[in-house]
Each structure stands twice: as C-alpha cells, then as structure tokens.
Design a protein around this ligand. Structure first.
Ligand code: UTP
Length: 296
C-alpha cells in the first residue's frame, strides 16, 4: 500500500534539447545558463534538498556533461583557491558538490518528458516521488514542494502544480480542468490536455514543472504512445491516471501563486536573472538604481 509512504526521492529531467534558447544551447545545456552566479539547475537541486529530498536522480543526455561536472568536486580549482586564501570563492565552489551524491541516468534520445520520467523507474521503485524540471525555478521563499508532498500523502494519488495564466498563453502549457475539493486548498484534476489550441482549453490553469507522482505512473507511461509533437508526454500519462480508478489513480492540483520562472524561455529567463539579482545584498540596490535610470 503506497498511501502515506514518505517521499524521499527527486527526479530532475534535464535531457531536453533547449531549442527555445538557441543558439546559446547549441553546445551548452540550458540548465547551465547562469542565473546571476550559479546555473539554473543548482537552484532546482537546492530546492529538492530544502524539501528533504536527498536522493536525487538527474536525467541527462548527450551534451549534458557540464551538469555532472558542476555537481562534482574540482580538486585543482579548490587547491588554487585554498593557496590564495580565497575562502569565500572556495565555499561557493564547494556548495554544489556538497548537495549530496547525485545519481544520473541518460535518456538515450529526447523522446519527451514522459519518456525521461520513465527512465527513473528502476531507481525510484515502488514509492511516490517528486519531479522537478531542471529549467523551472520556484522562488526560494516558497514551500510548494512540501505542500505537494503533503497532498500526495493525504490523497494517495499524484499531484501537479498549476498556475493561472492569461488565456492567450495557455497553448504553451499543459492545461487542467479541475473541481474544488470541499474544505481543502487543493483541487481535483478531472482531465489534462497538453498545449491545447487557444479556444479549446478547458481552463486557464497551466501545469508547471513540479510533480509528486504515484509510482503507478511508470506502468501508464510504458503504454503511453507519442502525443503532441511526437513526444511521450507526461501530461498524457497523468490524464490516464486522472480518469482511472483504483490504487494510484487520481490526480490533484495545487494552485501556486508565488514567483516562478521558466529559464528555458528567453524572456522568462531574463526576468529571473533581474529579479534574483535585484535581491542580492551585494549589488541589488545598485542594480535597482541603475535599472530606474535605464528605463527613464
Ligand atoms: P521542455 O519542453 O521545456 O524542454 O521540457 P526542451 O524540450 O529542452 O525545450 P525546448 O522546447 O526544446 O526549448 C521540460 C523539461 O523536460 C526535460 C527538459 O530538459 C526540461 O527540464 N526533457 C524534455 C527531457 O528530459 N527529455 C525530453 O525528451 C524532453
């Protein structure tokens, strides 16, 4: 019985091609794009660790070696900084490698998010698990993942994170049709559709890159044919679970009101960099003064 089992594992899919961010992503993973002074993926791993998930599996692929190197020790660089007595930079360099041992599996071919998640089945086994997309940043002050893990524990199903978007933008996202649950802050997901055409979307609730999934999703993914864009879509597997009955079925949504950025999208990436930079004690105030002048 999976109901009530604690979530201990996080899966971070980072094997996508990042075509929306070309040409920067021609020879560099989009997850390595710097957000101020650390790569986007480091914020995502830190979020998982903050939520108590220390068993982290990253799904990578060809051209993604920089991700593994970033979370590994760098003895040569560390020695140089040590000899210089540069303790601050040494601490910063070590931060990423101290987030705990990360595990990696390669996707083989980027056949879609659903296919990437399926690659985690052996590592995850028969337990609920979290999925954090490697290019999706959630504000550090938020505890979205913890809330979602609690909803998973109470419902025994799978949990997705939703945001309200301008109806004109819904066709860039997975979209959910939901019903409120009496006395609860989460909603029940009736159906899901990946990137619906404008006018055919059942709501303006868009799926974002955090999930807490029941392991029965793996069986469903095995039988999920390629969908939108010829890719095996996680949204399609979740639609099956939402419509199903029995153990592991049922999909619930947590509507997120906080700040979140899709760093795989150029404009959203720039907003992330400016927002996070403007909150840094070292230069945030100076940046804001400069921005005001620049805009005027
Ligand atoms: P995206 O659709 O944002 O990634 O997938 P993408 O395919 O790299 O983006 P574009 O559209 O080409 O710019 C969401 C997440 O799923 C991962 C991505 O790395 C990202 O974290 N993903 C996507 C995989 O791991 N494998 C895939 O086959 C597809």
């Amino acid at each position: 019985m999976t109901l009530g089992k604690a979530v201990t594992k996080a899966v971070i899919p980072a094997a996508g091609l990042g075509t929306r961010f070309l040409p920067a992503t021609k020879a560099m993973p989009k997850e390595m794009l710097p957000v101020v002074d650390r790569p986007a993926i480091q914020y995502v791993v830190e979020e998982a660790v903050r939520a108590g998930l220390e068993d982290i599996l990253m799904i990578t692929g060809r051209g993604k070696r920089a991700l593994e190197d970033h979370f590994d020790r760098e003895p040569g660089l560390e020695r140089t900084l040590e000899l210089k007595g540069d303790r601050d930079r040494l601490a910063m360099v070590r931060e990423a490698s101290e987030l705990g041992p990360l595990h990696y599996v390669r996707q083989g071919e980027p056949k879609g998010l659903g296919h990437a998640v399926l690659r985690a089945s052996q590592h995850v086994g028969d337990e609920p698990f979290a999925v954090l997309l490697g290019d999706d940043l959630i504000d550090e002050a938020e505890d979205l993942l913890t809330t979602m893990m609690e909803v998973q524990r109470r419902t025994g199903g799978s949990v997705i994170a939703l945001i309200e978007v301008d109806p004109a933008q819904i066709s860039a996202y997975g979209c959910a049709d939901v019903t409120p649950v009496a006395g609860e802050t989460y909603v029940r997901v009736n159906s899901l559709v990946e990137k619906p055409a404008a006018g055919e979307a059942p709501s303006n609730l868009a799926v974002i890159g955090r999930y807490v999934l029941h392991p029965s999703v793996f069986e469903v993914l095995e039988d999920t044919p390629p969908g939108r864009g010829g890719e095996i879509q996680l949204t399609d597997a979740l639609q099956t679970l939402a419509a199903g009955e029995g153990e592991g079925s049922g999909v619930y949504g947590v509507v997120f009101k906080g700040r979140r950025y899709d760093t795989g999208d150029k404009l959203s990436y720039l907003k992330a960099v400016i927002t996070i930079a403007s909150e840094r004690v070292e230069f945030g105030e100076e940046l804001k003064i400069w921005l005001k002048g620049f805009i005027n």
